[in-house]
Write a protein that binds this ligand. Structure first.
Ligand code: WTA
Length: 678
């Protein structure tokens, strides 16, 4: 870890903009009376004395073909194997097992962005039929088999979970790439996962426009091929079945229109593969400290047990609930808490195609009213946006939430209170769930029926998770000591990723390198999991997350690696050096701002600024769009030549740059300040 990113600096900077501990809010009697988890003995049962056996309570929520031989196998630590030897299938658990009693119940409500389009309500029976037919297509047309990887680059649609569940049914490991990612980002993931099949949709609606999505994947196929991974089959779903909504031509021999091809599989039924608990279910790429995103591999038995339990106990999902999580399925929140968790519990899960504030500030609340949504799950960035455009809008609609979630970044207490009082009408229990792509499910949150809420604090570890905060030297920072440190989890848990795809070394070093003393150890106690976040533990054990300690920027609750953005800038031939810093933003939380210096002989110009900006959109996607691209004469550097991002960050945020006299080039700081601050 570089000097600039040490926790001490992160915490000082962050604490300055953070808040004091807030007062507690208690869940209503009405909520408690119906809550899934109110039995206080859970904390006793889930104490480390009973580790790892307590997690069998989670596994017992699933239907197994064969029960496990061993709860936790640590022989390949820190690639822990949960419920080893057990056999199950995720698609069976999310669909088939519900058919007897609930085949007629809605599994998915798909809400199209255009309000004139009817909502489609897909029952568990229909989901069963469509997943089976598509699984047959994957097997016979696309020639996929157990253990293969497939990249899915699809927008929010009912077809996305159908695709994922069909993969799970035949044991194919899916890698869903966020639909808004560029061709280049998609191609990188195709290459890293060695996918020979890419699955896409021709088009989708976003803020009123029908976007040509297939064109993006045509380009992705080309880029992947250039990098040595040929996509021999591009499966194209149609946004409007029966007609192509993309002007991009089909490529002979490669492209298959799914909706036409499916006719061959009418009535097909595919026996679910009996997967070992420790076999991969999916991978999901996420940003880390270096340029290349990491493919986090999640297993079948541990992951599914964990997200099912979290959905039941923390999301408080009952089968009769209508549950709406606004996240995109292209991120981990959508995987765990739109698809796998809710469907394993036989809930009705809402999928919305478009922008929550389109065409106006009331859209989200109209969806809630129409579908009678009673559990609502979103991120602070969306809450801030909804509050900004329509602070009084929720009161105009007739809906009632019993439970609401916030996830993805710290929520400001003021925003939390609006969420609680206005959106939740002071009646809904709120959980602030703190977790990561790598963790599969929640790390910290209150148990909604038992523990009071504290605005701005995620809450204690969820039952079974034992958080600990370490300082740089590995000494424990006790709850209430007021100091921030690196938040770690003392024990493994079933939702935890199994490895980084193709890079075990990176898995071990990124998450365990700092606090593991013995790489050979097979004892789980020697492997505390390091989240990469700075946090303070209050006296009551509630965790306040301050932000990342590594080079990751959280934009609208989505992780972007600074190195990813910088590498994109460096693809422009004129650029010599690039540095990205996070800038505070009212809605997005943080926004990247980019500094570049040029190679000798080049002049700064607006065209060059635009060229750099375009390179970032091309390489990553609009999500990484920088607030500004500043072309500076030189970067502030230490005498040893290290680029001082901290100084640039202070300039971008109008903060104090501190003492810069020890830099190799202190004069440059003032020059950049003038440029940026005017
Ligand atoms: C941040 C999203 C504060 C944190 C589920 C973490 C949060 C990163 C919270 C993971 C929260 C997530 N409060 N910060 N409730 N939830 N974070 O992998 O920095 O997209 O490490 O997973 O988001 O982002 P990821």
């Amino acid at each position: 870890m570089s000097d600039e990113t040490k926790v001490v600096e992160t915490s000082e900077a962050q604490i300055a903009v953070h808040w004091k501990e807030e007062e507690l809010y208690h869940p209503s009697e009405e909520f408690i009376a119906q809550a899934n988890l109110t039995d206080k003995s859970i904390f006793e049962r889930f104490s480390l004395d009973n580790f790892p056996d307590y997690y069998t309570e989670f596994a017992d929520l699933l239907t197994w073909y064969k029960k496990w031989d061993e709860v936790l196998d640590t022989s390949d630590a820190p690639s822990f194997k949960w419920f080893k030897g057990g056999k199950l299938n995720a698609s069976y658990n999310c669909i088939d097992r519900h058919l007897d009693k609930n085949k007629n119940k809605t599994a998915i409500h798909f809400v199209a962005e255009p309000e004139g389009e009817r909502v489609s309500h897909i029952t568990y029976q229909e989901l069963y039929v469509r997943v089976n037919e598509f699984a047959a297509l994957l097997r016979d047309t696309a020639k996929l088999k157990r253990g293969d990887r497939v990249t899915i680059h699809m927008p929010m649609s009912a077809e996305l979970p159908i695709t994922m569940l069909a993969c799970a049914r035949i044991g194919v490991i899916h890698s869903v790439v966020f639909g808004g990612f560029s061709a280049s980002a998609c191609a990188d993931r195709v290459v890293d996962s060695n996918s020979r099949v890419l699955i896409t949709m021709d088009s989708y609606y976003r803020a009123g426009n029908l976007l040509d999505h297939k064109a993006v994947d045509d380009e992705a196929c080309q880029l992947a091929k250039d990098a040595g991974q040929e996509v021999d089959t591009l499966l194209v779903w149609q946004r409007y079945p029966g007609k192509m909504s993309s002007p991009s031509a089909l490529v002979e021999g490669r492209d298959v229109v799914v909706n036409d091809e499916l006719k061959k599989y009418y009535g097909a039924r595919v026996e679910p593969e009996e997967m070992l608990a420790e076999e991969g279910l999916f991978m999901m790429y996420t940003s880390g400290t270096t340029g290349k995103p990491k493919g986090c591999l999640h297993g079948t038995g541990g992951y599914l047990s964990y997200v099912t339990a979290m959905s039941k106990y923390i999301q408080d999902i009952h089968p009769e609930d209508v549950y709406w999580c606004m996240a995109d399925i292209g991120w981990i929140t959508g995987h765990s808490f739109i698809v796998y968790g809710p469907l394993a519990l036989c809930a009705s899960s809402v999928i919305y195609e478009g922008v929550p504030t389109y065409p106006d500030a009331g859209r989200s609340w109209r969806i809630a009213q129409e579908l009678d949504v009673n559990i609502f799950h979103t991120a602070p960035t969306a809450i801030r946006a909804l509050r900004k455009v329509g602070p009084d809008e929720p009161a105009k609609y007739n809906y009632k939430f019993k439970h609401m979630t916030t996830v993805g970044e710290p929520i400001e207490p003021e925003v939390w209170k609006w969420y609680y009082n206005v959106v939740g009408q002071g009646q809904a229990a709120i959980v602030d769930t703190y977790w990561q792509t790598e963790t599969g499910g929640f790390l910290c949150s209150t148990v909604p029926g038992m523990q009071p809420m504290k605005p701005g604090s995620a809450g204690p570890g969820v039952p079974g998770i034992h958080p600990v905060v370490f300082d740089e030297e590995g000494a424990v920072l006790e709850p209430g000591c007021g100091k921030a440190g690196n938040i770690c989890i003392a024990n493994p848990w079933p939702g935890m990723m199994m490895t980084v795809w193709g890079d075990r070394e990176r898995f071990v070093e990124s998450y365990f390198g700092m606090y593991n003393k013995n790489r050979e150890s097979k004892d789980w106690r020697d492997w505390p999991y390091m989240t990469g976040d700075a946090a303070v533990l209050a006296e009551d054990g509630y965790v306040r997350v301050l932000g990342r300690i590594d080079d990751v920027i959280n934009v609208s609750g989505h992780r972007l690696g600074t190195k990813e953005i910088e590498s994109a800038a460096l693809t422009v031939p004129e650029v010599a050096e690039a540095a990205v810093v996070p800038v505070n933003h009212e809605i997005k939380g943080k926004e990247p701002e980019l500094y570049v210096s040029l190679k000798p002989g080049y002049e700064s110009s607006p065209e060059l600024q635009q060229k750099v900006a375009d390179a970032i959109t091309f390489q990553i996607g609009k999500i990484a769009k920088c607030k500004n691209v500043w072309i500076v004469p030189d970067m502030p550097k230490t005498r040893s030549g290290k680029l001082m991002r901290r100084v640039l960050g202070a300039i971008s945020n109008n903060g104090d740059v501190g003492n810069v006299m020890t830099l190799a080039n202190p004069e440059i700081v003032e020059e950049i300040q003038k440029m940026v601050q005017g």
